[in-house]
Design a protein around this ligand. Structure first.
Ligand SMILES: [Zn+2]
Ligand SMILES: [Zn+2]
Length: 259
């Protein structure tokens, strides 16, 4: 079985392509379970995400597609939600969806992965940035609000790497993820970024495996041609570490499938 739970559409204003185009590509690639996880609305950085008033339309469009394509592919409805204290909204957290991905895209409102704000990396200590990132990830896990950890080590995106061992920096976050019963996604989008690595790195995935943290897969597509991006490499990494099963969701309940 092939799963891909992290995908965007043009509704977030920084991706291209319609729901139908993404699904048709997923079917072509032989994906069995395909989930949309649009950037959820938030009263911060509103331009690059769905608006609150679009939530119903987004839901209706996905459910409609789910029905239309049900003979060919299973379509799931989700959100990618920013973990940003003070800006998480009950309308999103309580939305009737198959799953919620929790993602840290901001450190104290600094969009550290956005090339527009790359200057921020020059004004701070890199190890401290990494520490703050994993503290936010730990808090995200402890909040218990999400099903999936989005791109666990997104902080490596621009290849500003810490002096300290990343495994030590991420240790607390991984324990919190285990304790909150979250699923880790293998996200291929890092292969399209300066770091040219999957999120998470092999070293962190090995720690997750030791802790028996389950995994799932997401291409984090922001364009139709990114659906299934480097799937072979992602699967190979998972298998090398020892994983044989991945998680899929329905109404926020999980099922294990063999990939
Ligand atoms: Zn995005
Ligand atoms: Zn993200």
């Amino acid at each position: 079985m092939r799963i891909d739970l992290h995908n965007h559409t043009k509704r977030c204003n920084h991706a291209e392509g319609t729901i139908d185009e993404y699904i048709q590509r997923a079917i072509e690639l032989g994906i069995d379970i395909y989930g949309f996880s649009e950037h959820a609305p938030m009263d911060f950085d509103e331009t690059y995400r769905l608006s609150f008033k679009e939530m119903d339309a987004y839901r209706a469009d996905i459910l409609n597609a789910k029905e239309r394509y049900k003979k060919e592919i299973q379509i799931l409805l989700g959100y990618e939600v920013d973990y940003l204290p003070g800006h998480m909204d009950e309308r999103v957290l309580n939305a009737k969806v198959d799953y919620l991905i929790g993602s840290v895209h901001f450190i104290d409102k600094w969009s550290f992965d956005n090339p527009e704000f790359i200057g921020g990396w020059k004004s701070k200590n890199i190890d401290e940035i990494w520490q703050a990132y994993f503290e936010a990830t730990t808090d995200m896990a402890k909040s218990g609000k999400f099903d999936i950890v989005g791109h666990l080590d997104l902080i490596k995106v621009f290849k500003y790497l810490p002096k300290q061992d990343v495994r030590l920096l991420a240790q607390k976050a991984l324990h919190a993820i285990k304790k909150s019963n979250m699923v880790l996604e293998l996200n291929a989008s890092g292969l399209r970024k300066p770091i040219t690595e999957i999120y998470p790195s092999k070293a962190l995935l090995e720690m997750a495996y030791e802790l028996e943290i389950p995994i799932t897969f997401g291409s984090d597509a922001h364009a139709v041609e990114q659906v299934g991006f480097h799937y072979e490499r992602v699967i190979t990494l998972a298998k090398e570490v020892g994983y044989t099963k991945a998680v899929t969701f329905q109404d926020r309940d999980r099922q294990l499938i063999t990939f």
